[in-house]
Ligand binder design. Sequence first.
Ligand code: SF4
Length: 373
Amino acid sequence: MDATVTRLTAIADKVLAGERLAAEEGLLLHERADLALLGLLADAVRRRLHPEPMVTYIVDRNINPTNVCVTDCSFCAFYRRPLSPEAYVLPRAEIYRKIDELIALGGVLVLMQGGHHPHLRTDWFCTLLADLKERYPRLHLHALSPPEIHHLARLERRPPAEVIARLKEAGLDSIPGGGAEILVDRVRRLISPKKATSDEWLEVSRQAHLQGVKTTATMMFGHVERPEERIEHLLRLRALQDETGGFTAFACWNFQNDAGVRLVAQKTSPAVYLRVLALARLLLDNIPNIQASFVTQGADGAQLSLRFGANDFGGGMMEENVVSAAGTHELLRLEEIERQIEAAGFAPRRRDFYYNIIDARGPLAAQGAGAPP
Ligand code: SF4
């Protein structure tokens, strides 16, 4: 047998035995395994972790309180410089209106991320969070990605832990894992040199976890990163999860290069997206949930993702400005999400941020590892 096949067979055996993979094994899978093998292995891991034939999703809404940003990431079509005529800070009434619409649809979570505004401080966000908590006490406030918190800490010359503590006290429930892109500084220097470094992104997440604030992890790939840097990104997330256990989920998407961004990169094929998703499922053995990205992959891609390691359809979000500003408009309504999950052979169920089932249909009984979905 060819040496590569022998090594891939040994790696497959390790995956099926539930053993942890090393960086070089991840890289070999990335470079040499065929797509079918990656899908089979990722699906086996997904079934071991989530034996019930169910795919979850959450009804949420993305609200971007401001598009003003001084960080100038080359892949971003969403932000505006402070003096741009298109710069905005959403009035409170507009935020209320968006949340009222979300609640009318049965929404349970609002995701608030935005630009790195040069003047909005922690106090401003605390007032906003406290106001929303008072007005909507049952709404989960998932807000301010690690780079946004790092930006506030830098502006105010205080440790990120202090910013997190104040936001938490004001009503922050959890932190979205945006702005990770690739957690390798060579890559960050090329695409987002003014943004939090890899260590700074991880440190904000660590400090949140230490305060009992759960966060998510993300990855945006398909630009200037090398294959080994994708693996390094995943293993840095895995190491922090070993340390804190604070990530609830992982989501990845490829760079959207189709509208007015400065970064130029060859478009990632759907096959490469599925390879990376499957690798994430195989390497992130300590992060329980992996989300499909229907916002960037469309309905067909998201359905396929469910056979490449994903167990969740992410948010039925009503807006996705940071992604859609770059030209992605494939938002699905809630019935459409349900239809897509069913068509892929799973039962759809609504969940909360912590992956508790909050669906009138109730949870499904587990059918044992390996049961066909
Ligand atoms: S990705 Fe975020 S930090 Fe970077 S330019 Fe866009 S809004 Fe600013």
